[in-house]
Ligand binder design. Sequence first.
Ligand SMILES: NC(=O)c1ccc[n+]([C@@H]2O[C@H](COP(=O)([O-])OP(=O)(O)OC[C@H]3O[C@@H](n4cnc5c(N)ncnc54)[C@H](OP(=O)(O)O)[C@@H]3O)[C@@H](O)[C@H]2O)c1
Length: 333
Amino acid sequence: MAEFIDPAIVPKVTLPSGEEVPCMGMGTFGSDRVSAEEVSAAVAGAIRSGYRMFDCAACYGNEHQIGEVFEAAIKEGVVERKDLFIMTKVWNDMHRKVEEACTKSIQDLKCDYVDLYFIHWPFPNYHAPFCDVDSRNPDSRPFSVEEFMDTYRQCEELVEKGKIRYIGISNMTIPKLEAVLPLMKIKPAACELELHPCFQQQEQYDYLVAHNIQPVGYMPLGSPRRPERDICPEDVADMQTPEMQEIAKAHGVHPALIALKWAHQRGEISIPFSVHNYVSNLKCVTEDPLTDEEMAKIGTLEKGNRLVKGQVFLWEGAKDWHDLWDEEGYIVK
Ligand SMILES: NC(=O)c1ccc[n+]([C@@H]2O[C@H](COP(=O)([O-])OP(=O)(O)OC[C@H]3O[C@@H](n4cnc5c(N)ncnc54)[C@H](OP(=O)(O)O)[C@@H]3O)[C@@H](O)[C@H]2O)c1
């Protein structure tokens, strides 16, 4: 029997509504390498180890299998539905049919409602699962405030209908946030963005906190087994930097646990994926914190190491992947 970490001792973050949720959830993207069955088996183990938050997505192709696991855990009395915080996302090809997408996720996840529903990407540009990095969809277009807000309005209606409790946004930039936040009736509770020691996105992080939006860090370990399409020669392996190795050695743990402690102490929710190490990942935020000096040292590791560059979402006429991230401070069209 795997070790059980009492959910009551897992540190919490407070959402803008005042609700407290765990500072760590489990990612469920198999990265085109881990099968739906293996991922859902890990989710089953994770619930029994004390995880209560799960980061799902329609495009991960495993919600049906994960739903079986949620249903079984509830039937067996391991948890009640209200104890779980289930997050999922509308995929890019469903931006005009958000309710249909959400209803399908609810059915697949067998969860009655979604706690936090993210707009996975801020544009409808679609790529097929398992596609390679050079594939382009001729229908792709640059970000449009009107199109985004149409998708967002549909999410607001889902809140009003009780199908989702909170709205989330993901893969945003400050210029895009500036354009859309004033137009929203219901503010987003959280924003999912890539965050790991060598890619800290401090400016967007601070912007989110200042606007009372909870940052949720994806790829908190620098995703060592990410899909082939997301691997570039210039990428840095966060956990192999001498600083991370040295701090890990001082604590007698794997650098992954240092990255997760750092994320937690910084204030974000992190959602590491794991089929082998999920127990130690959850446990690490309940014990042996990093010192202020260690936090400061990790703070110096920023290397602009964006791993999800998003090439497959580029539109006709776009220069390169930098165009997706509005690096000059305006929305690139
Ligand atoms: N919103 C978005 O656009 C978006 C984009 C990407 C990802 N995400 C979400 O973020 C989640 C996490 O991202 P990710 O899965 O790409 O990357 P990650 O969590 O940074 O890395 C996962 C990898 O790290 C390994 N690992 C986990 N814990 C470890 C430990 N304690 N020691 C050593 N190795 C460890 C895992 O291997 P083992 O399985 O062997 O432990 C797995 O190969 C995804 O699953 C998904 O839910 C969201």
